[in-house]
Design a protein around this ligand. Structure first.
Ligand code: ADE
Length: 272
């Protein structure tokens, strides 16, 4: 059975290294520069785990400035087969309520100034041009683990969610928010893209647990504030942490040989 290693990319309020029982911090470099934070390396119920804080240790890195390529490269280099990401997000629908957890399954990309591939065709990048399939951006098998883990923990959850990723750092206007609803978006966030795409490019099973912190700007007379996002994340962080702990244990119990093989094949076959 292949060894698994789980990378956790901790989003706003969910980047607590206390998740890991035994831990050491390591400083790594990549061909793309430094990742957002030191890598916290440890083990949970016998499963090796590596944690990165997406926005840096003191939430000092804005969404457009996150070195997504360095983060994913660092996790690949250290041997991660899986990534569990956490994301704060706004809700575009009444039934995605504050504090709900969502196991994302689709995204709509509205970002426009991020390095979004390891295969740019430039000399220092990976060789060739890769067109990675994105019909199912998230790993279905890892999504199922997160769904099972969330059910086991007994939390309100949506098994699917289509997230619109905006460039930020500003939040959306009311007009944009209403347009995203018309497009079929369920949620709005700032960091899933290009993270999920880069993970797929290098054959890592990536899945995300998102948490609703606000109703964005579509409700007349109401809009999201940073204060609200921080408050909800603070109040609900334990939920997401419990799901992660349960999911990591479940991942450690499964045989991932076929999935790892499939991921690598998908990555290789996508290069022209
Ligand atoms: N993260 C949390 N809430 C958000 C919102 N409304 N828009 C974009 N990103 C968010």
């Amino acid at each position: 059975m292949s060894k698994v290693k789980v990378g956790i990319i901790g989003g706003t309020g969910l980047d607590d290294p206390q998740l890991l029982l035994s831990k050491t911090e390591i400083d790594v470099d990549t061909p793309y520069g430094k990742p957002s934070s030191l890598l916290t390396v440890g083990e949970l119920n016998g499963v090796p785990v590596v944690l990165i804080s997406r926005h840096g240790k003191n939430h000092s890195i804005a969404p457009s400035q996150i070195n997504y390529r360095a983060n994913i490269w660092a996790l690949k280099e250290i041997g991660c087969t899986h990534i569990l990401a956490t994301n704060a997000c706004g809700s575009l629908k009444e039934n995605y309520k504050i504090g709900d957890l969502i196991i994302l399954d689709q995204f709509i990309d509205r970002t426009f100034k991020r390095e979004n591939t390891f295969y740019s065709g430039l000399p220092n990048d990976l060789p060739g041009v890769q067109h990675i399939p994105m019909g199912e951006p998230f790993c279905e098998y890892t999504r199922n683990v997160l769904i099972e883990a969330t059910k086991t923990c007994g939390f309100d959850m949506h098994e699917r969610g289509n997230i619109v990723i905006i460039e930020g750092p500003r939040f959306s206007t009311r007009a944009e928010s209403k347009m995203f609803q018309l497009w079929g978006g369920d949620l709005v966030g700032m960091t899933t893209v290009p993270e999920v795409c880069l993970a797929k490019e290098v054959g890592i099973s990536y899945s995300s647990i998102a948490m609703v912190t606000d109703y964005d700007a579509w409700r007349d007379g109401d809009h999201v504030t940073v204060e609200q996002v921080a408050k909800v994340m603070h109040e609900n962080a334990e939920k997401a942490k419990n799901v992660l702990l349960t999911a990591i244990t479940l991942i450690g119990k499964q045989n991932w040989d076929e999935v790892i093989e499939k991921n690598n094949l998908c990555s290789r076959m996508a290069v022209m």
